[in-house]
Design a protein around this ligand. Structure first.
Ligand code: PEP
Ligand code: MG
Length: 838
């Protein structure tokens, strides 16, 4: 519930007032956390700056968030880097959910204890929902706890374009939409993201309609099509820059490529049903047979009324946060797997969950006394109705994404589990499946998907194609009347569902499915044998994993070890960093799951595209060229030290190897090596794990010889090495097809790395996605790579590929590839030299 009334916040502490920009911590001074003010406290108690509800309390008790009665959310953070005290020196006086009044003591702290152990006692008051509210500081040098410090006012979102007397400038511009299919979810999300990078308020106009750029659903509701001319208005101090940036996105943006034609497809037209069949539209090709299983949606219980709006608001807030955390995890996994489609789709979902329009609409319904579940549902339905009326199929299909979020948040609110138990090899049927349904279903090995509604350009269709799951859409309501358990054939290639297949037909279908499976099984039979080339060169085929569960699966599939454990996965979906004991347990779990095989554990690689909630990094103009990977040690040395201590304690030490990401020079390696040695002595240990370096920036590849002098092994990260060598963002939609690690420039760097390592008798592995590409196997072996870390399911396939090869021949032929002029020629030559079986 928001109102426009000015809210006065009183000082939560007593002491000198410091401007946010002068706080010696970039996370706060950059404004990335929001606008606010700091106080260097002279007292030992934090007081509530206004009436409100405590909506978040840090487990480490050093910070809490209070939601004022007008909806403004204020983070109160005592000291800098006080998270590391893990609660020592703090005493919470309130609990999460507590209703507090202005001036009420919230938190007592021990100033001496904190001052001796942390960077500073400087404490912050930050407005975290600055999209809805703004702060007005009252000029004063010193704060007295309980006396007025600043004011908060609701932003006037609607009145931006025509605002007169705006303190900033106004900039206006027009552009013709060149994007195929018009302004659908992904470009809308990019516009929102761009607009949020500026202080100005920005709107898009078409005809008599307009929408704020920070609301995806409002942008979608404009129904903008390809070739439409739109106008952009920006009001504020950086209006010109904002306008240029938004025009650039509107005019030039391309979405990530996907196997689907991203264009406004005509509404699926399905041919008339033949007897014994339902005709539909192929959304993902393939053939499958199995029992029909119906997936039902969450049913909204009746709203019995008598709700306390604040409680419902809090419930919605928590449910949204839960779903956001789930989506962030999906995103990190998608990024790690290089799954661009999945990443683009769930990026958009995350942005939709933060959409001010949806949130305001839900808050408005809650304020009328309805439950959070009904409010969220109503807000989504309202937007879906708008999208459906636009007459644009592509935009109409985005309502499927909204319904996905409707279901997910409802499940979180009603406490229903997303998982369900499916019969093996089921063909799952539903009115319409959503992207998150699909992720859940594919993890349960279903055989195929069919929907009564849906479209071939939906996100769920893109995901199904990516997972190789045959999928039919637009089968009509007859689908939902079929008996559960009935044996059917889903022939997506021919766009039909065969309802009563004869035994002979089922057999034929199963035979062709079997042929592929048999090849996989044959490879699997030998997956536990070493991979040795015809001329006797052994290649280690390890697996990339993210958990002990995946490690167990890799072990079962014949992995010779773990070639890359991305430890970021242990750091996500939580509100605090894992402590030393938790980390030891997690790493030990992976080592134990691998029997007697070695495990390479990479130190945390956040920054760039991977972010952690509890470790906000400074906003950077070029995050992938900023404080990511090992450079985090510069910013938060204690985080890396904690991880190194945990890694040192994994046993047996000879099976644990440490890998350092984003190394660019020898000094970084030497520094971590000496930290490891110091920590080893501190822990009274006699031995430390082997220490390896990731070669993922050209500087490291060119310095391989110097690095190999001090490292035990090198592992090439071809994903980043491609991005930094080719100067092409690995996530760039328009460049995706050109970011090919078989580019001769990459091959030269790989050859150089292997030659440098050989001078010191060190081995080289590849853990980037190129290792999983069977076309690249002979090239990598030929250039001198001796370990390939691949996805667990591909171990048998890559081992079989190695056995077909002759390492001497690989060496000779791969030298020729170094002189080719582009990746395409390299690929063609590879097909010629080392053909793949069909
Ligand atoms: C790589 O860059 O190739 C790599 C394996 O690391 P990530 O994909 O986690 O950045
Ligand atoms: Mg990398």
């Amino acid at each position: 519930m928001h109102n426009n009334k000015m809210l006065t916040l009183s000082a939560p502490l007593s002491g000198p007032v410091i401007k946010l920009a002068q706080v010696p911590d970039e996370v706060f001074s950059s404004g990335v956390m929001g606008d606010g003010i700091a106080i260097d406290p002279l007292n030992d108690c934090l007081y509530a700056p206004c009436d409100g509800v405590i909506v978040h309390v840090a487990k480490t008790a050093h910070a809490l968030t209070l939601r004022a009665d007008n909806g403004a959310e204020v983070l109160l953070h005592v000291g800098l880097d006080t998270f590391d005290l893990q609660g020592e020196g703090f005493q919470l006086l309130v609990e999460n959910g507590a209703q507090v009044s202005n001036g009420q003591p919230l938190l007592r702290f021990d100033p001496d204890y904190i001052a001796q152990r942390c960077t500073s006692l400087i404490s912050l008051l930050v407005l975290t929902n600055g999209d809805l509210f703004e702060l007005q500081l009252l000029e004063q040098d010193t704060a007295e706890a309980g006396t007025p410090l600043l004011q908060v006012a609701a932003r006037q979102v609607e009145a931006v374009v025509t605002a007169t007397g705006d303190p900033g400038q106004q900039a206006l511009g027009s552009v013709r939409i060149t994007h195929h299919g018009g302004l659908h979810a992904r470009p809308a999300a990019l516009i929102r993201q761009t607009a949020l990078g500026f202080k100005s308020s920005c709107r898009l106009h078409i005809g008599a309609n307009s929408a704020p750029c920070q609301s995806i659903v409002r942008l979608l509701a404009l129904g903008i099509s390809e070739n439409d001319e739109v106008h952009v208005s920006c009001n504020g101090e950086d209006a010109d820059a904002a306008l240029q940036a938004i025009l650039a996105v509107l005019g030039k943006t391309h979405v990530r490529p996907s196997p689907a034609p991203v264009q406004a497809a005509p509404a699926p037209v399905r041919p008339a049903n033949k007897p014994g069949q339902l005709s539909g539209v192929c959304a993902a090709p393939g053939l499958a047979s199995g029992p029909l299983y119906f997936l039902s949606t969450v049913q909204l219980p009746p709203d019995l009324g008598n709700h306390v709006p604040e409680q419902q608001m809090q419930a919605l807030h928590s449910a949204l946060e839960q779903v956001r955390a789930e989506i962030r995890l999906t995103l990190i996994q998608a990024r790690a797997q290089g799954n661009l489609d999945e990443e683009a789709i769930f990026d958009t979902h995350l942005a939709l969950l933060e959409d001010s329009e949806l949130l305001q609409a839900s808050h408005g319904v809650i304020a009328q006394g309805r439950s959070a579940a009904h409010a969220w549902s109503a807000a989504i339905e309202q937007q879906c109705a708008i999208l459906q009326q636009l007459g644009n199929t592509l935009l109409a299909e985005r309502s499927n994404d909204l319904r996905d979020l409707q279901q997910r948040v409802l499940r979180a609110l009603l406490g229903e589990r997303a998982q369900c138990q499916l019969p093996p090899g089921a063909i799952v049927a539903a009115h319409e499946l959503t992207p998150s349904d699909l992720l859940m279903l594919s993890a349960q090995n279903v055989a195929g998907l069919c929907m009564a509604a849906g479209g071939a350009t939906s996100h769920v269709a893109i995901l199904a194609r990516g997972k190789g799951l045959p999928c039919l859409v637009a089968l009509g309501c007859e689908l939902l009347a079929l008996p559960a358990g009935q044996q059917v054939i889903l022939d997506a290639d021919n766009a039909c569902l065969e309802l009563t297949p004869a035994a002979g037909r089922i057999e034929q279908v199963q035979q062709s499915i079997l042929t592929r499976q048999q090849r996989f099984a044959r490879q699997q039979l030998q997956a536990h044998e070493p991979a040795v080339t015809g001329d006797g060169q052994q290649i280690e085929i390890a697996a990339n994993v993210a958990s002990s569960h995946e490690a167990a699966s890799a072990h079962a599939h014949g992995a010779d070890g773990v070639g890359l454990l991305r430890t970021e996965f242990l750091f996500v979906e939580r509100t605090t960093a894992p402590n030393e004991q938790e980390q030891i347990a997690a790493y030990q779990g992976v080592v134990d799951a691998m029997g007697d095989k070695p495990v390479i554990i990479r130190t945390i690689d956040v920054g760039g595209d991977k972010q952690l909630d509890y470790l906000p990094l400074p906003a950077e103009a070029n995050p992938v060229l900023g404080l990511r990977g090992i450079r985090l040690a510069q910013l938060h040395p204690q985080i890396l030290d904690r991880q190194l201590r945990a890694l040192l304690q994994v046993s047996p030490v000879q099976r644990c190897r440490i890998l350092l990401p984003m190394i660019t020079e020898v000094d970084e390696l030497l520094h971590i090596r000496s930290r490891l040695d110091a920590l080893r002595v501190e822990l009274g240990l006699s031995r430390r794990p082997e220490l390896g370096v990731m070669i993922e920036v050209p500087a490291a590849a060119l310095m391989a010889e110097q690095l190999a002098e001090h490292a035990d092994f090198l592992s090439i990260g071809t994903n980043d090495l491609s991005q930094y060598t080719l100067a092409m963002d690995r996530d760039h939609a328009g460049l995706a097809s050109r970011v090919d690690a078989l580019h001769p420039a990459l091959l030269r760097l790989i050859a150089h790395t292997c030659a440098g390592a050989a001078k010191h008798g060190r081995w080289v592995g590849v853990c980037g996605a190129l290792a999983s590409d069977p076309l690249a196997t002979p090239v990598l072996i030929g250039l001198g790579v001796r370990e390939l870390s691949v996805s667990p399911l591909q171990i048998g396939e890559i081992k079989a590929r190695v056995r077909e090869l002759d390492a001497g021949m690989c060496q000779t032929l791969s030298q020729k590839l170094l002189n080719m002029s582009n990746a395409r020629s390299v690929r063609e030559a590879c097909h010629q030299y080392w053909p793949l079986c069909d």
